[in-house]
Design a protein around this ligand. Structure first.
Ligand code: GLU
Length: 136
């Protein structure tokens, strides 16, 4: 079962996001990731390994910010891989989404968005949500 953590503060919340994911690990997951607002843009790190590896990755990439979201994934649409790990971004890379569950009509939505020129980076249902929000 997937897990979602979000935090907003005037200090660096990345350790809070990582700690939150560690507390959710017992629920089971196949991949994990974080996205934060840093320096006027979204920075993202994802992993198909354990949260500890994600933690090392965010440290290595210098990811630190006051606003962010994080996710442990239990795949329903698309195999576990970096591209399918959450968070997913919209077309402009200004919106990041994490999601728990299934978007039943994602294939109709995706077909419409593809016709409108959207390009998708994953095979998940969730990425459709990011693009849909971005479109509106
Ligand atoms: N359906 C989404 C996916 O396959 C979310 C799965 C979950 O709840 O972790 O990425």
């Amino acid at each position: 079962m997937c897990g979602i953590v979000g935090a907003v503060s005037n200090r660096n919340i990345v350790p809070i996001l990582i700690e939150g994911l560690k507390r959710l690990e017992y629920r089971g997951y196949d991949s994990c990731g974080v996205a934060v607002h840093q320096g006027g843009q979204l920075k993202r790190a994802r992993s198909t390994a354990r949260v500890a590896e994600l933690e090392a990755g965010v440290a290595q990439d210098g990811i630190a910010a006051g606003t962010g979201i994080a996710h442990t994934r239990w795949a329903t649409h698309g195999p576990p891989c970096d591209e399918n790990s959450h968070p997913h971004l919209d077309q402009s890379s200004q919106i990041a989404v994490v999601h728990n569950g299934v978007i039943e009509n994602y294939d109709q939505l995706k077909e419409r968005l593809l016709k409108a020129g959207h390009q998708f980076a994953s095979t998940t249902d969730t990425e459709v949500l990011a693009h849909l929000i971005g479109e509106h």
